[in-house]
Design a protein around this ligand. Structure first.
Ligand code: PLP
Length: 365
């Protein structure tokens, strides 16, 4: 049996007719960028998350840098972020000229809230919380520290659509929540897309201005903005998917539960969920000291896996100028050598899940 790490075609086929009907509707509407579909999606997504406002943008990276821009965070400012995140989180900070300060992850692969205070300086302006792999971060502790030091909080929810902490949606704890709708994300579009959510009307308005050339009124430009618009086709298709997001998430949870109950191998450590948090299983990430051997073995069994992520941001060539060195963040660097994401996707069959479990249980050195 051949199993890819992800199969977006299966997710499409689940609601194929609805997507195709919506695509034709948008094509025939004669309006393709920032229109009725985007406005309606913004309302519906705000309602889904419990935020007051949502503004569509072109992608998740834009959501992040525009968030820091409208919060006035840039040159000379420091932003705390977990060391083992995707590069986009860090670029969201540095595009505006701010400096990322890396924090080691905890046993849930998320920012270790106990290590935040020691990293705070005069220059610290914000915490970027990444709900990595789909699990909500330790939000009560993080918000407590943010309040104590007067820091802004931006949440990177690119992997955590629908994940909650103490019954509250990720993205609604801080000042701004940033989402990506890249096709492989839990709420994935059929092209690029992104959004920010906030309860602050001024921030929401500023995002609306920045995303469209800094224009409040057509052809009047108050600030130098971006071209970062969500298009009607993506917004329309996202509206269709949003009506099914709960069942799509439940399906991922079911796969994860079967893995958690079925995988029994001393060479592999399974993911855990923090009390109070929920996990929407954007990725099912195991740790193993023998990760490379495991990956190679699963390849031989025709089971696809991915490493999220093999090189931590502080060791990337792009961030050499920050002056970090090998060994500076031992937990982050160890995780990069240990993590492996197993296949999880909507439309994955029981047979496929069983095959993955069986093969992993047979893995030996
Ligand atoms: C995907 C992702 C992003 C960026 O989203 P794009 O839409 O690809 O720009 C940011 N942060 C995290 C954690 C992501 O997984």
């Amino acid at each position: 049996m051949k199993i890819s790490q992800s199969r977006l075609d299966r997710g499409f086929e689940k609601y194929q007719q609805e997507y195709e009907d919506k695509a034709i509707e948008v094509l025939r509407s004669g309006w393709y960028v920032l229109g009725r579909e985007v406005e309606t999606f913004e309302k519906e997504f705000a309602e889904y998350t419990g935020a007051k406002y949502c503004r569509g943008v072109a992608n998740g990276l834009d959501a992040l840098w525009i968030a820091f821009r409208v919060l006035g965070i840039g040159k000379g400012d420091e932003v705390l972020v977990q060391g083992n995140t995707y590069i986009a989180s860090v670029m969201g900070i540095t595009i505006n000229g701010a400096t990322p300060v890396f924090i080691e992850p905890d046993e849930y692969d998320l920012i270790d809230a106990d290590k935040l205070e020691a990293a705070i300086t005069e220059k610290t302006k914000a915490i970027l919380v990444v709900h990595l792999y789909g699990q909500a971060s330790n939000m009560d502790k993080i918000m407590e520290i943010a309040k104590k030091y007067g820091l802004k909080v931006v949440e990177d929810c690119a992997q955590s659509h629908g994940a909650m902490f103490d019954g509250k949606m990720t993205g609604t704890f801080g000042d701004i929540g940033c989402f990506s709708f890249y096709p492989s994300k839990n709420l994935g579009a059929f092209g690029d897309g992104g959004a920010i959510i906030t309860d602050d009307p001024d921030l929401a308005e500023e995002v609306r201005v920045v995303r469209n050339y800094g224009s409040e009124k057509r052809y009047y430009n108050r600030v130098i903005g971006a071209n970062s618009r969500l298009d009607e086709m993506q917004a329309g298709l996202l509206r269709v998917k949003l009506t099914h997001l709960q069942e799509l998430t439940a399906e991922r949870e079911k796969i994860a539960t079967r893995y958690l109950e079925g995988i029994k191998n001393k060479l592999i450590t399974l993911p855990e969920i923090r009390p109070g948090a929920t996990h929407v299983w954007h990725q099912f990430v195991v740790h193993s000291k023998y990760r490379d051997e495991l990956k190679q073995y699963l390849e031989e069994c025709e089971i696809g896996t991915i490493i999220h992520y093999p090189i931590p941001p502080h060791l990337q060539v792009a961030y050499r100028y920050l002056g970090h060195r090998d060994g500076e963040f031992p937990i982050t660097e160890r995780y990069a050598k240990e993590v492996l994401s197993l296949p999880v996707f909507n439309g994955m069959t029981y047979d496929e899940q069983d095959y993955v479990i069986e093969k992993i249980n047979q893995f030996t050195l």
